[in-house]
Each structure stands twice: as structure tokens, then as C-alpha cells.
Design a protein around this ligand. Sequence first.
Ligand SMILES: Cc1ncc(COP(=O)(O)O)c(C=O)c1O
Length: 429
Amino acid sequence: MKPIGLKEKNNITYINDFSINDLVKEYKTPLYIIDEKQLLKNINDYKDSFKSLMFKTNVVYASKALLTKELTHILSEKDLYMDAVSLGDLFVAKSSDFDMKKIVFHGNNKSLAELEYAVINDVGIIVVDNLYELKLLIDVTNRLEKKINIMLRVNPGIDVHTHVYVQTSKLSSKFGESIFDDEIIHTLISTLLTSKYINLIGFHAHIGSSVMEAEAYQLEIEKMVAFQNKINNEYHLSLKHLNIGGGFGITYTKKNKAMPIPKMISKVIGYLEAEISKTNSLISDVYIEPGRSIVGNAGVTIYSISQIKPTYGMKNYLFIDGGMTDNIRPALYEATYEVDVVNKLSENKEHLVDVVGKCCESGDIIRKDALIPSVTDQDLLIVYCTGAYNYSMFSNYNNMLKPALISVGDKVTLWSRREELSDLIRLFK
Ligand SMILES: Cc1ncc(COP(=O)(O)O)c(C=O)c1O
């Protein structure tokens, strides 16, 4: 929950030896901070545990969780793949000199322009979602006379215990085609086999986000390996690549603990090895796509506190200078975060408050029912585990300014500057 670099000495809270007060003096609040040591630990945990003697393993970082130029440099150094879901993602990856051959391109409604950009820039794998998209892609590759590796996104129909908005593998999901729909699968495969430029290498599935149970992946792996074997047999193919997606949950709060990455991933490796050997599968390359579990617990957000506002004996609101614009997840998915007051981590927590932001929405809540110590308007609030889907989901609602994003390791690096007022009118005529 707390990043490994977070410590308190003599009532001063530090991230990797940099006091949060000093960081805030320089970068203002709200401020997104990435603990670089936690980030590298997460990446190394994936690289060390996602290994097998039976097949090649590839970790694809799901960039929707957080995407910046500096982060892509770390991913390149660590030799990770990265996913992209839009022209914008592809552009950011390319502008950051990320190797486009290591991009896995997703999306349920890719446009012609996006497919062209992907093919022209030699994206490694396009994950095709549906027949309409496949036909567009066949046209693009015919016109450009360029080959491309694809996977087909399929839906194995697994109902994981996560918020309904982040479930992607229920049979009614908008993503991919159902493995049970023989007709559409047949149409997809026979259509792509007519193409000179499309090379189907395997299938992709993603069962949802914040998945805590390893058994959900076991079920997915059983279904996906069986499905891939069946397709290989029926169409005399030798598809060898399988992408089982991401979604590995993290510990946001003490009440809902996630398995450490090495434990979860060694179970996943066990399920894969068992299934591949039991069924004599041809699978030789397996991909996973973690996003949240790489950046989530490495991030914290720092806010300035103004006051605790009581409301006629009902609730006490702790006012902070950010809110749903920099962290939409509580409003969107009822996500819960742990909070503390900077420099007061071990003080008595005797005030029950709802931490709320500045936006004109009653749903602008960062944390309900938090216990905090006494505060003044000189205090700072730290919200843990905000590295994933916070910066990337930022909005300018109420013309709030996008906070700066810094990483803190042996040194402090500015990943993205704080917006200025002039940024708010840059698109106006
Ligand atoms: C296709 C795909 N892969 C990977 C992910 C990453 O999920 P997470 O950040 O929960 O690991 C997502 C998230 O929505 C996804 O849609």
C-alpha cells in the first residue's frame, strides 16, 4: 500500500530521502509522485517471476495505467513490451523513441487512421477486436503492401469478482468475440486467411481489472489453451502465441490484500505449464499485460489541506486542493484509498472525515470515512496507491490544472510539468 521508499523520521515524511515538504515547495500541490524504487521492484518482480523453461515469456506493460516519456525509457531499458489503445498512445510511444516492434496495439474501435499509423510504423502486434476492423486492416495492408502480425481478441466468458465497469470478459462485454460463437470465429479466421499480409500468431483475452483470485486466471488459461488447440486442429494452423491480458489486483487498502506479484505470477506460470503440457499445445510464447500492478503502488498524490468543515452535526469534510479531476476512480468505480497526513503518520487519528475535493460535484470524494489526526492549513494529505489510472484519467473539469508528475529515486526527475493557466486556453481560437 505505502511505497517502499516512504519513511518518517523525526516527524518528517520522506520518499527515498527527499522530504515531501521540500518536493511540494518546488512542484506545488496537488502533486503526483512516483517512487522509482517501488516501480523498479514491481518491474523486476514481473521479469523474475514470469519465466518458464517451456515457453518464452513477454511482459507487456499496459500503458493506459500511466504513460509518459520517462516511463517508456525505463520500460525500454528493462526490455518490456508496451500496449497502446489509440493513435495518441502510438504517437507518444513513437515520440519517446519506444521500439514500435514492441508495441501491442489494442482497442475495440480502431479507426482507419489508427490502423494505417500502426502498419506504417511497424507496430509489433495488432490485437484485432472484430470483423469490421479486420476488413479495414486487410484493406490497409493490401494498399501499403506491408505485413503485420495480429492476434484475435476473444472473450472466454469469465465472470471475475471486480467492479462491473472493469469486467471485460462477461459474455456481454464489448471487447473481442466470444470463443463460443463458432460462426463469427469461423468468419474471422477464414477472412484473415485470404490475406497475403496478415499473419495470425495467436489469441488474446483480458478477463478484467483488479482481479484478486489466481483461480480466475486458471480458468482463463484452461479455456484459452483449449480454444487455441481447437482452432489449430480445425484450420490446420500452428498458432504459437497466447496473450492472457493483465488485471492483476493490488492492495489499495488493508481490508483487501492482493497476492504479491511473485506469488500470483508463479501460480499463473504453473497453470500455463500444466495446461500446455497436458494438452500437447503448440504454444511457445506467452504474454501478460500488467498495468496497475506495475505503477499503482509506486504512486502517491500530495494535496494541501485547508480545513475540516463540519456540517450541522452530520459529516466532517476535509477539504483538499484537488479532487475528482486528478483521481476519478472513487467517483467512477467506488474505489477506496488509504490516506495519511504528511509528517503525522504516527499521530493519534481521532477525527472521522470524508476527504473531498474542490469540484462542483457532490461525488467529488477521494476517501469516505477516513480517520486522521488534528490538522491545520499548513498540513499536507498523502493518498497512497495513486500511480495507476490517476494521471492518465485526469480531466480539466472546472478548469483545474493538471498537477506535476515527478519520480523520486536517488534523484528527483520531472516527468510532466504542472499545467499553467495559459494551458487552459491554448486550444481556443
Ligand atoms: C487489454 C488490456 N490489457 C491489460 C490491461 C491492464 O489491466 P491492469 O491495469 O488492471 O493490469 C487492460 C485494462 O483495462 C486491458 O484492457
